[in-house]
Design a binder for this molecule. Sequence first.
Ligand code: SAH
Ligand code: SF4
Ligand code: F3S
Length: 455
Amino acid sequence: MNPFYIETYGCQMNVSDSEVVARVLTDNGYLLCSQIEEANIILINTCSVRENAEKRVMNRLDHFGRVKKKNPLLKVGVLGCMATRLKEELLNHPAVDWVAGPDSYRFLPAMLGSSATAPIHVDLSLSETYEDIKPYRGPEPGITSFVTIMRGCDNMCAYCIVPYVRGRERSRDPKSIEAEVKDLVESGFKEVTLLGQNVNSYRWDPMATQPSGVSADVAKPLPQAEPATVSFADLLDRVARISPGLRIRFTTSHPKDMQDDVLHVMARHPNICKHIHLPVQSGSNNILRKMNRGYTREQYLDRINNIRTLLPQCGISTDLITGFCSETEEDHKQTLSLMKEIRFDQAFMFHYSQRPNTQAWRHYADNVPGTVKIRRLKEIIALQNKHALESNRAEIGCVHEVLVEGVSKRSAEEYFGRTDTGKVCVFPKKNSVPGEFVNVGVTSCTGATLKGEIT
Ligand code: SAH
Ligand code: SF4
Ligand code: F3S
């Protein structure tokens, strides 16, 4: 048995993909190890979204190069988004033996097993969703899990590399999603997060999947039996019905595509967590237009308004970028004012990092100086920290249902979990066990965490 180890960088999609890779290889006689030192194959699943993400991986590859000098039996494969972006170039790195892109994981056993197979496969697919592969989620059943519902992205936000490295958007058959979720419930999982770059554009068209060679006339079912397309709201509804005891989360929502139908489904099902991650990126209409985001500040505010009307307690988080091409002080002020108007519960904030071959790279100058990007980033972080602390302080005295996820990093005497609204909560164990739902009364907080007691 050939022992391998997977190191994962980037977003949840990569975490989920690493589980697919683990299944493909363990089904083909490879042994997954939990310690990197035990492996003679290291696979590194990579991210290209910002320059820093790639730098971290390149540093790791340099490190593996040094380890290889001491251990010539060690082999290294690069997976994920950098594999698509850099292709053969990666094979020039002394540490790298194989390169496999996000749609090439079925080819790994052949690639790793035989020198007759090319050491690189980075073609993107129009149809691959790995829907028949059951992700390997560890030797013991866990508590929370990701379930990928679609792959790729068709949005072409001007700054973003994802459509180039992940390919065209494609949705996975809802039946296979339901089957995977049912299986997770049966093995004891308590929460699933449905994953896609833009879950709101999930669309399953059964007619588009007629077997080839069958004439459309013959294949067409009777009118009353005609299967309808499945939207994200339909899928969410179907997944929520699988088990009332299973919590459902989803990410990422896109402001241009998120309609009220999703909010109505969320309102109907108590087991769908009341938390929406809705990246806004900027508060300035000039910048939003240049970013090709497909909505205005006013339309975004309108979405927030609908969320707050239909789901009054819903947690709202976002992503923000400072210093996109030609961003002025006035544009930046618009972002700060939007943040003040909305008061996000959480935000992931970045300074703009130009990515090769994106629309912004082709058409706009990366002309905001680095020092200005970083100063603006610091300003939005400071404002967001203030809002997060205020949002958490308002929770003191409230009771939240929390799913116990595991032992807190800070103290072995405490567990951590998340509220329905997506906030991390830490509390003394008090006879509870991981995987259990407990009611926690919030007693204090920081900007990042609620602290409480099981009531
Ligand atoms: N599909 C999701 C997330 C994509 S990547 C969405 O549409 O929101 C996650 C976040 O990284 C983005 O929301 C954006 O805020 C940030 N990001 C993407 N490209 C970036 C770049 N070139 N520079 C800085 N931040 C970037
Ligand atoms: Fe990138 Fe935009 Fe697609 Fe998100 S929606 S992955 S930001 S192109
Ligand atoms: Fe990074 Fe690829 Fe995800 S570029 S953010 S790992 S889709």
